[in-house]
Design a protein around this ligand. Sequence first.
Ligand SMILES: [Zn+2]
Length: 339
Amino acid sequence: MPSSILSRSLIGLALCGALAAATVAQVHAAAPFAAAQAPGWYRIAVGRYEVTALLDGTHPFPAHDVLTRGPASLDTTDPGLTDRLLAASYLKAPVEGSINAFLVNTGKKLILIDSGAGALYGADGGHLLGNLRAAGYTPEQVDEVLLTHLHADHVGGVALGTAAAFPNALVRVNRRDAVYWLSSTERAQAPAFLRGMFDGAQASLKPYLDTGRFKPFDREGQLEEGIAAAPSPGHTPGHTTYLVESDGERLRVWGDTVHVAAVQFADPGVTVKYDSDAGEAAEHRRALFADMAQRGDCVAAAHVAFPGLGHVRQGPDGYRWVPVNYVSREGAPHVCGRG
Ligand SMILES: [Zn+2]
């Protein structure tokens, strides 16, 4: 090829390259960063039931302020243990923590277990209703709300301003929690950091109390077909777990059994300053972990990373959380089999 033609070709190639680079640069510049996350819902099947995990939001959990070295902890004297356990999971305080709730469709009734924080955690919470709609349901369809306890991040979502977020629902909780958190005498005697919890619970339940749709229960056992309550003592006076069971498949729904998975599965003796009886809470957590690991039951956890669905395994050093496998095909997957 004559040199003049070669040089023209090289110039042409260089121009093409420059044009391509400019085009690529333009494409990049034209696409803004999409900061929003995916809607927070995920569906599984438990026997004949459909269970939808719903995210109310995530919030920075101040592990150093809230986690306490309970009496049953592996090491009550090591202030660095929490940081080391967090670091082992590539985390550090404050840990962004999920606020999950679980919608159970039995085919006859739609039952929501816990309701998130609603407005009580500011902009961090209050996304449950949007996620419930995104999952194909309406708040009006919810027949019943079962609460694990009356702390703000579990009860706050039953209210929408001063109105009921679930206008046709009955709201239920163990009576011991109702008696405690609705009492002005208990509020006056409680430590100052708990007073806001009393106010939040009372304001959130008011629309249901006013209309006779708040119905505490007294005993453990079956509340609805396939849903039974079991006491989970130590965190609040009436703290409860719920067992959802259908066709031999079991899902145990936890409230505040675990706040920081990276720490408390390794060391179930780590407690929180909000526990009404830290020793009892730690003892019960150990018993529950052992039971779940032995049975192979599926667990739905309010504060394990969304969707908070998984199994508990016993290992040489405490326990570990095994998230359920993600399935995208049509129809809720049966992931709650025994391990
Ligand atoms: Zn909680």
